[in-house]
Design a protein around this ligand. Structure first.
Ligand code: ZN
Length: 412
């Protein structure tokens, strides 16, 4: 596989079909022109292609995918079969902590080569994602644009024992406000908090709200005051309700929301985004059942059904839906779009979720569609994702990836 950067002020893709799930481009072949990293034209093909144009031979251009729920974790092995170093064996050479940074670099490359040009890290160990963000931004390693929450703000909780390097445990309005400031000091792009416990922790009940209303209010107030967005991990309904009422920007998982459609309507009205993370429920309920405590697997089977019910209820209420893989291996995020279609969304709705919906979740209004003026983050695939969304999840179908106007992968 070839990997290189081609930096050019102008990029022309002709003989292309365009699709972003939001705009009706029809089936005719078009020429997409990029100048200085921005889409400047998407006109129908002329009789002769412009000079220097790359002939896409009818392949489809879609916006670069955006994974709104990724854990940029070098230590994650369970969910990444086939990726990263093999599990350590007893008595083997000790592994250096710094090995993790090479794993992160490999992860970033795999994600970008799959056409995922932006990711939102919603919880890493020891601020690793912020290091990766810096490495990518400085051009040291190829990778998607990374946004990170730093540490997740959580109440003192059993999850804090299991995820010690990922959580910032804090209690009371003043301390959680300080925890927000600490994340901003560390370079966080946005704030994430645990409105409820987690389905992956046996000692936690994910139903009740884990933070109080006063605590959630303080977190959201401080983050918004400082101009950053806020994501809430919310499984049970009470935690989701308080987070929505206090003005959170995105609900992660949110599987209980189908039980109270009025809450989804309120969310839609405020411009909130749901990141349903269907894949993660498949992981616990079906895919990795031998890796989790049995009660968690049973719980996940119910949650899986609820997550799909909420997907449809959210669509009905007009809530923006975003792609959040919350699973592995890196680069497989588009399976979430396949699951959305299996759950009842149209292919166009799923494609819009993986692009414009996720862009809205991240607060990045400069991308997510193929409209003139948008940032040129692009994925070129064989086939038609509006006929079969699965082509986005087929690594062999990926032809070209463009990030910020630069050709970062070319497999024509
Ligand atoms: Zn997650």
């Amino acid at each position: 596989m070839e990997f290189f950067y081609v930096c050019s002020a102008r990029l022309v893709l002709s003989n292309a079909r365009l699709a972003d799930g939001s705009t009706d481009f029809g089936a005719q072949r078009r020429t997409l022109v990029v100048e200085d990293g921005v889409i400047v034209s998407t006109e129908l093909d002329q009789a002769a292609a412009p000079e220097g144009a790359l002939d896409l031979a009818g392949a489809t251009v879609v916006p670069g995918l955006i994974d709104a729920h990724m854990h940029v974790l070098s230590s994650e092995i369970t969910r990444n079969p086939g990726f990263g170093p093999p599990p350590a064996l007893k008595g083997g050479e000790p592994r250096a902590r710094e090995l993790g940074y090479f794993v992160l670099a490999a992860m970033a490359k795999a994600v970008l080569e799959a056409g995922i040009t932006t990711v939102r890290d919603v919880g890493c160990d020891d601020y690793e994602a912020i290091v990766l963000r810096q490495a990518v931004n400085l051009g040291v390693v190829p990778g998607p644009q990374v946004l990170s929450c730093g540490r997740i703000i959580s109440a003192t909780s059993p999850g804090g024992v299991l995820f010690e390097a990922m959580y910032r445990q804090a209690d009371g309005p003043d301390e959680v406000r300080k925890a927000v400031r600490e994340q901003l000091r560390a370079g966080a792009d946005f704030i994430k908090f645990m409105a409820t416990g987690a389905r992956s922790v046996e000692l936690e009940n994910p139903e009740p709200a884990q933070l109080t209303r006063a605590e959630m209010h303080a977190i959201i107030d401080e983050a918004h005051r400082m101009g950053v967005r806020v994501a809430a991990h919310a499984e049970g309904l009470d935690g989701a309700r308080i987070a929505i009422e206090e003005g959170v920007d995105t609900i992660e998982h949110g599987l209980s929301l189908h039980r109270e459609p009025a809450l989804l309507e309120a969310m839609a009205e405020r411009g909130g985004v749901l990141v349903p993370t269907l894949s993660t429920f498949h992981d616990l309920a079906e895919r990795f059942t031998d890796k989790f405590a049995p009660p968690l697997v049973e719980q996940a089977k119910r949650q899986l059904e609820e997550a799909y019910a909420t997907l449809l209820a959210a669509r009905k209420a007009g809530v923006t839906i975003a792609l959040g893989h919350d699973s592995g291996p890196p680069g497989d995020a588009a399976i979430e779009l396949v699951r959305m279609v299996e759950g009842g969304l149209s292919t166009a709705e799923a494609l819009a979720a993986g692009t414009a919906g996720s862009a809205k979740a991240l607060g990045l209004t400069d991308r997510g569609t193929l409209q003139v003026g948008k940032r040129a983050d692009l994925l070129v695939v064989d086939g038609d994702p509006l006929a079969d969304i699965g082509v986005l999840n087929d690594r062999a179908a990926v032809r070209i990836v463009v990030k910020h106007g630069e050709l970062v992968l070319d497999r024509r």
